[in-house]
Design a protein around this ligand. Structure first.
Ligand SMILES: [Zn+2]
Ligand SMILES: [Zn+2]
Ligand SMILES: [Zn+2]
Length: 142
């Protein structure tokens, strides 16, 4: 999705919830979709403050949550006690591995993971299956 398409998706989502596409929401959307990698609400807030945008952490937090609901962002749990966000890209599905020493985050591909989980869940007669796995280790710099 390019920025224009992303804005449209978000506007449609807000409309369906009876919400307005406000300027703070637009600023957060632009900042979040241009962010590289995985960011927390705090990191995004301080980045925006650095760029001279006066916005509260609570607003950023709420807006990011709505962008997950709208399908624009993914949430990822690295076990930091807060969630990280990443832009849902057209790129391949991936999992994350975090360094236990320095907190570095890498993306890894686990062959057939979704297939294996879905097959196991189907055996137990479950549908609408979601999963989250946490992988950690020590990175090459540590
Ligand atoms: Zn973190
Ligand atoms: Zn490390
Ligand atoms: Zn990722």
């Amino acid at each position: 999705m390019n920025l224009e398409e992303t804005i449209k998706v978000y506007k449609d989502f807000l409309k369906s919830k009876g919400l307005l596409y406000t300027q703070p929401r637009e600023l957060i959307l632009k900042e979040a979709t241009s962010a590289v990698g995985h960011f927390s609400a705090d990191e995004l807030t301080s980045q925006m403050h650095k760029n001279g945008i006066n916005i509260s952490r609570a607003t950023v937090y709420r807006t990011l949550a709505s962008m997950i609901e709208a399908g624009i962002l993914n949430s990822v749990d690295f076990g930091h006690g807060h969630i990280h966000y990443e832009v849902k890209k057209a790129k391949k599905y991936h999992e994350h591995i975090t360094c236990k020493k320095c907190g570095a985050i890498c993306e890894i591909q686990i062959e057939n993971l979704a297939k294996v989980i879905n097959a196991a869940a189907a055996k137990a007669k479950f549908k609408h299956v979601e999963y989250a796995i946490r992988v950690s280790g020590v990175c090459k710099n540590c």
